[in-house]
Ligand binder design. Structure first.
Ligand code: XMP
Length: 509
């Protein structure tokens, strides 16, 4: 296991990704992590991440210097290296100007982290301060034109430092450097696989839950579905899933989910039809944030009501993912690591005195998909595009009525059918239809029409933080448009959204 100490770098999750890609388990912890706790974790190596602070700022995050006496190999990256140097008696100076971008790295010796790497290679720099003098026992292993001390090592103590970022794609040999650290320096074996994760996780759930009852809110998305299946494998019928049909779902979604999840599994699912309650509360509401608040509140009421019927439940399971768990340290606010509650069921655990079970809380989204495949979840669920909690309510722009929802549902079904048939579904982060609150004039046969406009949104993205509109082939767009206008009553115009995020967002509301 590798421990990553997070000094607030925008790249800290990327470091974790790289370690896991090498099939080694890792965990990110804040700088104030207790050294005794580190001992109990017994990591094979520690990585100190970069961060936005300067080591000489009063409030800059620092870890306990005791970590250097644990006898565990340590790699400091950027700020992490500066922290190591400062803690061990070297000096760090302000560079005057930031060095940002590519630099040519000149390597002294092709050993240690630089084994199997050419003596000249590119690296990605992003720093203000630099190491000015080394602590005792350290030597320089690489430099760049601007930075004499770009890489350092204390051979006997297994302490390494890199001023540049090996975790980003822009450092082409970065993966090899990290792999060298993991294998040669730390002696890690690439044994962490989804099969082993699933096995350990099932055993852990069994041990935690024992013969108690667990409740899970099932949304039909990949995270809650994988959570359900994993827990079901661990405790079978002691798990009860609650699926709330809010009337804002895509066409046949509830039915499809029921079929898919119950096909092979003897899994307890309670389907609650709460369409009327949601639509009644949403009547006349047009403000997107008000819609969200109402939906969140009704969901809580319905869920709580249903969960209350399950007597003696002691646990609430959630599909929380790793990015939700890691709250990066802020430069001046001090180190924090906060676990966020899923917005849908926030508050319920305390109210019902439930303990949380979050078996996915150390996984990234794509790892959850691999896990889903590993434990036999149907492909359709594993590869489902994300769908927002408020559902079609934020895709019917303006007022929500049953009729408008139905128009959108039909248009969206056509769109998805075409996207799936074309083979684009998996390449897109999301693809969906939006119903606009304006009408336009058209002509059908000899008749003038005055009807709805549907916008198509299809985006590529890695994490929804940024997104680009998908360059779908014109012929595909043409098929979608023709089919929607011909098959969906009440639509006479289809437009394609060509905005990226930022400055737009993925959803229209
Ligand atoms: P935006 O529109 O902010 O969306 O670019 C980013 C991602 O978040 C989803 N989204 C939501 N998910 N509740 C959710 O559970 C919401 O209120 C919500 N709003 C947006 C959106 O579908 C996209 O994947």
């Amino acid at each position: 296991m590798i421990l990553i100490i997070d000094f607030g770098s925008q790249y800290n999750q990327l470091i974790a990704r790289r370690v896991r890609e090498y099939h080694v388990y890792c965990q990110i912890e804040p700088p104030n992590i207790d050294t005794d706790y580190i001992r109990t974790l017994n990591p094979e190596g520690i990585i100190l991440s970069g961060g936005p602070s300067s080591i000489y700022e009063k409030e800059s995050p620092k870890a306990d210097k005791g970590i250097f006496d644990l006898g565990i190999p340590i790699l400091g990256i950027c700020y992490g290296m500066q922290f190591m140097v400062d803690a061990l008696g070297g000096t760090v100076k302000g560079a005057g100007k930031r060095e940002y971008g590519f630099a040519e790295l000149i390597i002294n010796k092709n050993k240690g982290l630089f084994k199997d790497i050419d003596k000249k290679t590119k690296c990605w720099m992003s720093h203000g301060d630099s190491v000015a003098s080394l602590p005792e026992g350290f030597e320089i292993t690489a430099s760049t034109e601007n930075t004499d001390i770009a890489a350092i090592v204390h051979q006997e103590r297994n302490l390494y430092g890199l001023q540049f970022h090996p975790e980003v794609e822009h450092t082409p040999e970065g993966k090899t450097m990290l792999a060298n650290f993991l294998s040669d320096v730390c002696g890690c074996r690439p044994e962490w696989t989804m099969a082993s994760f699933a096995k350990d996780s099932i055993a852990e759930i069994r041990e935690t839950v024992q013969d108690k009852k667990v409740i899970l809110g099932l949304s039909g998305g990949v995270d809650s579905s994988v959570t359900a299946l994993l827990i079901h494998k661990a405790i079978g019928k002691s798990l009860t899933c609650i699926f709330v049909d809010n009337g804002l779902l895509r066409k046949d979604e509830g039915e499809k989910l029921k079929k898919t999840l119950t096909r092979h599994l003897d899994i307890n699912i309670r389907f609650v039809n709460a369409e009327d309650a949601f639509l009644k509360a949403l009547a006349g509401v047009t403000d997107p944030e008000k819609k969200r608040k109402i939906i969140g509140k009704i969901f809580m009421d319905v869920f709580e009501d249903e969960a209350g019927k399950i007597k003696d439940a002691e646990f609430l399971a959630q599909g929380t993912l790793y990015p939700d768990v890691i709250e990066s340290v802020s430069a001046f606010g001090g180190p924090t690591a906060v676990i966020k509650s899923h917005h849908n069921v926030g508050g319920l655990p305390e109210k019902m005195k439930l303990q949380l079970v979050e078996p996915l809380k150390y996984l990234f989204k794509d790892e959850v998909r691999v896990l889903g495949e590993e434990i036999g979840l149907e492909e359709e669920l594993v590869w489902r595009q994300p769908f927002p909690g408020p559902g079609l309510a934020i895709r019917v722009i303006g007022e929500i009525t049953k009729e408008r929802l139905s128009v959108l549902r039909e248009a969206d079904a056509v769109l998805l059918e075409e996207i799936k048939a074309s083979g684009y579904y998996r390449q897109l982060w999301q693809s969906f239809a939006v119903l606009l609150p304006i009408k336009s004039v058209g002509v059908m046969g000899d008749q003038r029409t005055y009807e709805n406009i549907v916008a198509i949104r299809a985006v590529t993205s890695k994490d929804a933080m940024t997104a680009d509109w998908a360059r779908l082939p014109y012929d595909l767009l043409s098929n979608i448009s023709n089919r929607i206008i011909n098959e969906v009553r009440g639509v006479n115009r289809v437009v394609y959204d060509i905005s990226s995020k930022p400055p737009s967002t993925i959803e229209w509301e």
